[in-house]
Design a protein around this ligand. Structure first.
Ligand code: DER
Length: 232
């Protein structure tokens, strides 16, 4: 279908443009990245590329292994040549909301370890400002003991609505790969995402936000007509 085709087009173009031999590559999480790993595995086979891949989640680790790619980690490769990941929404300044899949903590760590961070997404993520298309707010990973106090402080300090993310196929809240909980914060009005991100991160109990500010080198958006738009 159109959305899947557009994800694939963006992912393939990003891998073709940004992966070279002997690269260490951060592999993101979600559904769009699946196409990027598919293309990466194809290029490794066809071109005999030697690359190592560092995952950003249990899902990404499974993707790397099942595609026969060489698994590495940040201990072995603390600096990566490139990281490729999806996003829930991208604004005109390349500020991202990530964490729809609850993996933003490892995703942000891997993205920050990379010399070049690339986003791949379908046209539904291509916005002028955050909140235009993504309505589920900013995902925030918290330590379980602090979820209620963080939610309360967040609402008091920044307004909006902060809710604990409940699981669908498990009783109780979503538990992240790091053993944390996720709070989704639907904001009312935000002027400066850099400042907002810092304010949220400073609340004791917050592990990581799904706001990626000033981290993205380039975003590839698959369009409904099969073309790919790039924003740098
Ligand atoms: O949860 C995440 O951060 C994912 O990368 C998400 O933002 C993108 O997921 P998708 O590729 O399935 O839309």
């Amino acid at each position: 279908n159109q959305v899947e085709e557009s994800k694939k087009a963006a992912a393939y173009k990003a891998v073709d443009n940004h992966v070279c031999d002997n690269y260490s590559i951060g592999i993101g999480s979600g559904s769009t990245i699946v196409y990027a790993v598919e293309r990466l595995a194809e290029r490794v086979r066809k071109e005999g590329l030697k690359v190592v891949c560092v995952p950003t989640s249990f899902q990404a680790r499974q993707l790397i292994i099942t595609n026969g790619l060489t698994l590495s980690d940040l201990e072995r490769t603390p600096e990566l040549d490139v990281a490729i990941d999806g996003a829930d929404e991208v604004d005109e300044n390349l500020t991202l909301i990530k964490g729809g899949g609850g993996c933003q903590t490892q995703e942000k760590i891997v993205a920050s370890a990379a010399k070049c961070f690339i986003v791949v997404a379908d046209y539904r993520k291509d916005s002028r400002s955050l909140g235009e298309q993504w309505a589920r707010g900013v995902p925030i990973e918290v330590l379980p003991l602090a979820y209620a106090s963080v939610a309360r402080k967040l609402q008091k300090m920044l307004g909006g609505k902060a809710e604990l993310r409940m699981a669908k196929n498990k009783a109780g809240p979503v538990v992240t790969d790091n053993g944390g909980f996720v709070i989704d914060w639907v904001w009312e009005k935000v002027g400066d995402w850099q400042q907002t991100n810092t304010q949220i991160k400073m609340i004791p109990g917050v592990v990581e936000t799904g706001l990626f500010v000033g981290m993205t080198y380039k975003a590839y958006f698959g369009n409904a007509d099969g073309t790919v738009s790039e924003r740098q």
